[in-house]
Design a protein around this ligand. Structure first.
Ligand SMILES: Cc1cc2nc3c(=O)[nH]c(=O)nc-3n(C[C@H](O)[C@H](O)[C@H](O)COP(=O)(O)OP(=O)(O)OC[C@H]3O[C@@H](n4cnc5c(N)ncnc54)[C@H](O)[C@@H]3O)c2cc1C
Ligand code: SF4
Length: 332
């Protein structure tokens, strides 16, 4: 591990000013905020991330879950995943989020991991995590060995010829279906970004994973009111716990008179970012809640999937995952 400076500011302005002084691009960052450290410290030990300065944000007042005056929830950036999953309001009105968080990592990790840290966790692509190998995400222009190599776990949606890495987060899939809004504060002031626009597709710049600019600190995530909806998160993986998704689905659904009146659908484990599917939603809205229509929605969601040598199975797996998740939500 490369040596680094460590600071622990007491207020957000100091944290932002410190981070804004140097490059904080996704790749090759000179300054990094640290929250739970469960991603960052791992990557620093592997020399995948080598920041010269680490800014601890754990003393900032960003650890509250609060209801908003017009309904909805404000979740502070440093709220721990365990606290969020077990919060009474989250369990009641945003059960899909609670289920998604509890499907991820282990209890010990969830006790440390934070809301913003989870949004910014990086891919588990084996080449990305091995500095001895080329990787366009880690070293732009060096190549993507995954395309002809080990790609069983990698993405089938949103890929490019430069990167096919999967976004590994469970929590983000639920956030996408709940239409969360990410709030950040940076050198130029505060910004709010709809969740669907927060993560970027790899395209020609896979090292840029989000819209965050140098110095931007995520302060909180906002969830719109969703109290009357049926919700479900389903995660399929190689073993029952402590494993990333091969495919997952988050469903937020309203049914009236046997027909789908409103629905939001997101997929995990198959996309280069948390994968909201407007195609699947459009195929379901106004339709009867039947297995045939759920299958049509799943076909629409995976219509543009592009498999690699080892991960073609994910396409049918994701479809079945989605069908089962919609069915379970509808029957809840
Ligand atoms: C063995 C293992 C298994 C796991 N399994 C799963 C799983 O099944 N599903 C799943 O979803 N996740 C899984 N995870 C990932 C885990 O959820 C993440 O490591 C965790 O959510 C990251 O949160 P953190 O607070 O520890 O982030 P950190 O490691 O502290 O930070 C991560 C990144 O976020 C940045 N950052 C943190 N806070 C802010 C902020 N407020 N503003 C701007 N930047 C910020 C940091 O600079 C860093 O780049 C697993 C992790 C491990 C180690
Ligand atoms: S898939 Fe992306 S992260 Fe993996 S080797 Fe290729 S460029 Fe790197």
């Amino acid at each position: 591990m490369k040596t680094f400076q460590f600071t622990r500011p007491a207020d957000a302005a100091t944290a932002i000013a410190t981070a804004a002084k140097a490059r904080t691009a996704q790749q090759d960052a000179e300054v990094r905020f640290i929250a739970g450290g469960t991603t960052l410290v791992d990557l620093m030990k592997l020399n995948v991330e080598t920041p010269a300065q680490v800014v601890d944000i754990n003393r900032l007042p960003l650890d509250k879950i609060e209801t908003l005056p017009a309904g909805g929830l404000k979740i502070g950036a440093t709220v721990r995943n365990s606290d969020l999953a077990n919060d009474a309001m989250v369990k009641r009105d945003y059960s899909v989020l609670s289920q998604a968080i509890l499907a991820g990592a282990s209890a010990q990790l969830r006790n440390m991991a934070t809301t913003a840290g989870n949004l910014l966790q990086r891919t588990r692509c084996v080449y990305f995590r091995d500095p001895a190998m080329p990787c366009n995400k880690r070293v732009p222009g060096s190549g993507c060995p995954a395309i002809t190599g080990h790609n069983r776990m990698l993405a089938v949606l949103g890929t490019s010829e430069h990167c096919i890495a999967t976004n590994p987060s469970d929590m983000c899939v639920a956030m996408a279906a709940l239409e969360a809004i990410v709030h950040m504060q940076g050198p130029q002031g505060a910004r709010a970004i709809p969740f669907a626009d927060f993560h970027l597709l790899p395209g020609e710049t896979p090292h840029r994973e989000t819209v965050l600019e140098p110095g931007d600190l995520i302060t909180h995530v906002e969830l719109p009111p969703r109290s009357s909806s049926k919700q479900h998160y389903l995660k399929l993986r190689d073993r029952a716990s402590y494993e990333f998704a091969l495919a997952s689905a988050a469903i937020v659904l309203e049914i009236a008179d046997g027909k789908v009146g409103w629905v939001r659908i997101a997929l995990g484990g198959v996309g280069t970012k948390p994968w909201r599917s407007p195609e699947a939603e459009a195929a379901l809205i106004g339709q009867s809640a039947t297995s045939d229509n759920f299958r049509k929605a799943a076909e629409a969601a995976l219509k543009n999937a592009r498999p690699q040598s080892e991960n073609k199975f994910k396409i049918e797996l994701a479809k079945r995952c989605l069908i089962h998740a919609i069915q379970t939500a509808a029957n809840s």
